[in-house]
Write a protein of this length. Sequence first.
Length: 534
Amino acid sequence: MTQHLADPATHDAAAEGPAGRTGWWRDAVIYQVYPRSFADADGDGMGDLEGVRARLPHLRDLGVDAVWLSPFYASPQADAGYDVADYRTIDPMFGTLHDADALIRDAHALGLRVITDVVPNHCSDQHDWFRQALREGPGSPLRARFHFRPGRGTDGELPPNDWESVFGGPAWTRVPDGEWYLHLFAPQQPDFNWEHPAVHDEFRSILRFWLDLGVDGFRIDVAHGLVKADGLPDLGHSEQLKLLGNQVLPFFDQDGVHEIYRSWRAILDEYAGERIGVAEAWTPSAERTALYLRPDELHQAFNFHYLGTGWDAGALRAAIDDSLDAMRPVGAPTTWVLSNHDVVRHRTRFGSLARARAAALLMLALPGSVYVYQGEELGLPEVTGLPDEVRQDPAFFRGDGQDGLRDGCRVPIPWTRNGSSYGFGSGGSWLPQPAEWAGLSVEAQTGDPASTLELYRGALAVRRDSPWLGAGDAVEWLAAPEGVLAFRRGGFVCAANTTGAPVRLPAPGTVLLSSAPLTDPDLLPADTTVWWTA
Ligand code: NOJ
């Protein structure tokens, strides 16, 4: 089933990443493409790799450094591709391996690096290993690659322990021969047993496969979940979902995961061009996140503490300080992220476009690397009120799990004012787009200096040319009125007013960029961020 390219050895320099400075990832702006919702080249209503390739110039013009693609591997799509049936094959819905190769080459030719998702905590229940394990029955060595156990109770009718799935319901499903298997996510996503050497070997081989194809790094799905506590002990807590990310759990953030990343780092370092590993690790603290970023482990981790911080100056300042302080000792850059495919878009979370724009300028002024989720550069809001029959998020179907609303941030993005699915593709779109999105399309916003798209383009251009934005590992806080954050970075000053009223603040220099029009140079409007040279 694995597709092969003619001969990876014939790859030219373009497949080895754009030439660039050392440490390119330390202050990189990385754009997340959610392939099913970015652009649809073949008109089936679902985005694909050819669609992404055709739209790469948008990303170059936006001014980002790299693209992270959510999974496009062969998958029954029980969890939008995070249920992988074959890690070396492209799902036909997204294209072929040749399309992936062409996409990587074109991106490199445009100066964009490419990061792919790797999903090592679990696979699909349609993965060959799991199908064989089911066929071969209890006691088979193939079952040892997963977590199969007999049940509890007189007839084994109860799950082996009390763990709950992140999507709701028990984390165990019983198979017809009576054994149960562990799945921290949907039942179609059996967890691998990382105590088994074959699992290690397989993932090392998968990493090499994609590195040979030219990818510049990996976003590691559920990086904190691979190792489970010995004996799979009960948690003894009835509301487990509330504990996620708040404490070390027998299935999350176990210390044993670090050995895996040390071995992965050695592989990344074998390749030229500084290939990186990015942890999706939900940990109880920035200090625990920093452990994934020790010099012999991964390069970056998503800053979910920042993502979870509201539009409030005090809370933001604390999150910024905590993040920078935690990363400094390991020498890793902090990352900043406001939106992704799993959370309500920040425009909606923060309650207005003005705040979303201000939050973007604040984030882009901080030291470290930034993640931008597709459509946030257009100021897209969350789509609420999708009819139940179009929803695909497995959490929705598991009832009491997550809020089940992840489809609302996954609606295909608008490219043009008119036409089928606003330029997403000629065959409509797999989730309905609101009519107002015509006015938020790339076409409608391009060239309009007041648009969010031009704000992002302008900010990324300033950031690219600036020796201060993104660089370093500290900010110098300036005195500011209540509800305002102000900091200096070299010859640059940023201030964000998180209050709903204008605030008097003497301009420290010449305005570079502002998230809202300024009527008085010494007045910072409500919910506005300004950049000055000073
Ligand atoms: C995190 C991914 O971002 C999310 O979309 C997915 O459902 C889970 N991991 C499980 O793979």
